[in-house]
Design a protein around this ligand. Sequence first.
Ligand SMILES: Cc1cc2nc3c(=O)[nH]c(=O)nc-3n(C[C@H](O)[C@H](O)[C@H](O)COP(=O)(O)OP(=O)(O)OC[C@H]3O[C@@H](n4cnc5c(N)ncnc54)[C@H](O)[C@@H]3O)c2cc1C
Length: 295
Amino acid sequence: MDFLRPATWREALAAKAAHPDAVPLAGGTDLMVELNFDRRRPDRLLDLGRVAELATWETDEDTVRLGAGVPFRDIIERLAPRLPALALAAHTVGSPQIRTRGTVGGNLGTASPAGDAHPALLAAGASVEAESVRGSRDIPVEEFFTGPKRNVLAADELIRAVRIDTARGPQQFAKVGTRNAMVIAVCAFSLALHPHTRTVTTGVGSAAPTPLRARAAEAFLTGVLDEGGHWDHGRPVSPAAAARFAELAAGACAPIDDVRGSADYRRHAVGVLARRTLHWTWTAYTAPKGAASCA
Ligand SMILES: Cc1cc2nc3c(=O)[nH]c(=O)nc-3n(C[C@H](O)[C@H](O)[C@H](O)COP(=O)(O)OP(=O)(O)OC[C@H]3O[C@@H](n4cnc5c(N)ncnc54)[C@H](O)[C@@H]3O)c2cc1C
């Protein structure tokens, strides 16, 4: 097996162009498992560990440009105020060791329906910056996943960064697992409130062949909040409206039965998480300024 070790991003792109079959290696927390269990035996690995550009982030007022190689630990420790849903999702990934090695770029590269970053990226409004020697393109995260463990990257492309809107309202992420830590999600849900546009956005994980947004649920809740004047008076939506939001979120799922849970359980659990995250985010939205946010 050839082991390519570019020192810069330019070198990495050139290596990927010269060897499109080379498999990128970031933190290795997915890839090394595949190699160790002999599920995959690529001819070439492209180690991105020395590419310093990937491990940094830039911020402006509206966006965080998160390098593909930033580990979950840094998101939790350094970026939680700007990216609360992603930081909450990062908190649920594996163990401290996995969070220190594992990256958002690797989570996207694997493109598992159960990847914990995905619902948070969907709800927060993110795009994937893919680059090759041919140029760079921004792919809305909703269009990035094409099937279980498949994504739209071309053979010569690498993920350079993820652009994520800075939170301007409360965000939440919640996950159901078979125990409290070190688990792949049975299902996951993320909700972002956008008081400046009076809209809401969602992300659902592990409940369909790809992560997805529950668009009908978003449209329903956006309408209820707007028509009921909730953004102004701050009262919570009625239990009936919350139940309908949950029902629409569950309806967006197309889950399967597997060892982690049945399709019916997943649909039910997504509804529960939708209602809970609505309660948490709305409580944070209406909390007196200066009070601790739940996000
Ligand atoms: C014990 C354990 C627990 C785990 N728990 C969780 C969990 O709770 N939640 C969760 O979501 N995941 C979990 N994972 C999976 C894994 O940690 C995550 O998916 C992580 O985000 C992978 O990141 P990485 O940097 O280690 O990727 P790697 O393993 O290095 O790469 C993963 C894939 O992405 C590709 N890739 C990496 N970087 C790039 C790039 N820049 N451009 C293009 N392709 C790229 C690789 O070629 C590979 O196909 C767990 C793994 C282990 C071993």
